[in-house]
Design a binder for this molecule. Sequence first.
Ligand code: FAD
Length: 343
Amino acid sequence: MRSCDVLIVGGGPAGSSAARRLVRSGADVLVLDRESFPRQKLCAGWITPEVVRELEIDLAAYPHRLLTYPRLRMHFGRVQLPVPCVQHSIRRFEFDAWLLARSGASVEQHNVRHIEARDDGYVLDGQYRCRYLIGAGGTRCPVYRELFREANPRASELQIVTLEHEIEYDWHDADCHLWFFSQGLPGYSWYVPKEHGWLNVGVGAIAERMKARGQDIRTHWAQLAAMLERTLAPGARYDPTGYSYYLRGAVEVVRRGNAFITGDAAGLATRDLGEGIGPAVRSGLRAAEAILAGREYRLEDVTGVSLGSIARSMFDRSARAAARAGRRGGVEATRSDTWPMSP
Ligand SMILES: Cc1cc2nc3c(=O)[nH]c(=O)nc-3n(C[C@H](O)[C@H](O)[C@H](O)COP(=O)(O)OP(=O)(O)OC[C@H]3O[C@@H](n4cnc5c(N)ncnc54)[C@H](O)[C@@H]3O)c2cc1C
């Protein structure tokens, strides 16, 4: 039987963040993932400056596609609100594999099915033994299913359904666009360009509310695709795939004995925008720190909202612009540095 100090189920952002912190402190870490990396992960791939900071990524040295937006364009019906701020996009196919390799942990491809709690730790599928166990296996994480589901049942009103596709496309508009509540959608649609001619488009909404309104996500997808054909992405061809995950609810139990749950396994995506990479990274780091320092695993500083982060980025940007203008002898901020801006 293979033994290790810490076994992490899932090599996404939660798992690789925890792995890196633990390996750097000398722990013997094994990551099991049912997929072989690089693997496809349905995700728009928008990341915040906080994610870049927490992961200690040197943007100039990141070896894959990374695009920085000077603004987000939020649409509410006919009203367009350009939000000057700094945000980024990556391709998950590249990003997750890079993070996992960078963690320095041992990685094996294995689909975890059964977990047995013993006095001195955990045994997985009769093949792997560990003292600490981190569940970072996303929405269908077996650690959640076997050890945490009873204590934290999923709240159906927090389930999001999505349809998305990432394609090679020679886009011309490099801004990230978000359309809120269009055609009564209880959620939003997105257009997220990636560096060097890749584009991610999708629709996400609260499943229960859509059902109550008699709506179908495929109808919303068709409306988005038709709108993009007329405007931002003429000629693009899609074959979208669906996925569901959970927004942040009352997560009561995140540690049992020496087992932890993190990221989507714990249902931590933000309530307002369904941002899950940031909460996955931070919870993975907090689980690692709890193991290393022998302290409580707490998620108080894992935010449940994204708009605060966007507002912070907006004000940081304005402050930098004001400082630059001050250095230029009081010249007024440029048009794109003002808020609110006209389209
Ligand atoms: C369409 C869509 C768009 C999104 N867009 C964004 C966005 O732009 N920005 C953002 O911040 N968030 C976004 N999210 C949310 C984000 O993708 C997730 O919250 C994030 O990936 C969670 O990270 P994680 O590490 O917890 O789980 P994951 O990234 O899902 O990783 C879990 C890993 O566990 C592995 N695994 C699962 N089961 C097993 C098993 N039994 N045995 C072994 N391994 C297993 C999987 O193969 C996977 O590699 C989006 C989600 C969707 C669906």
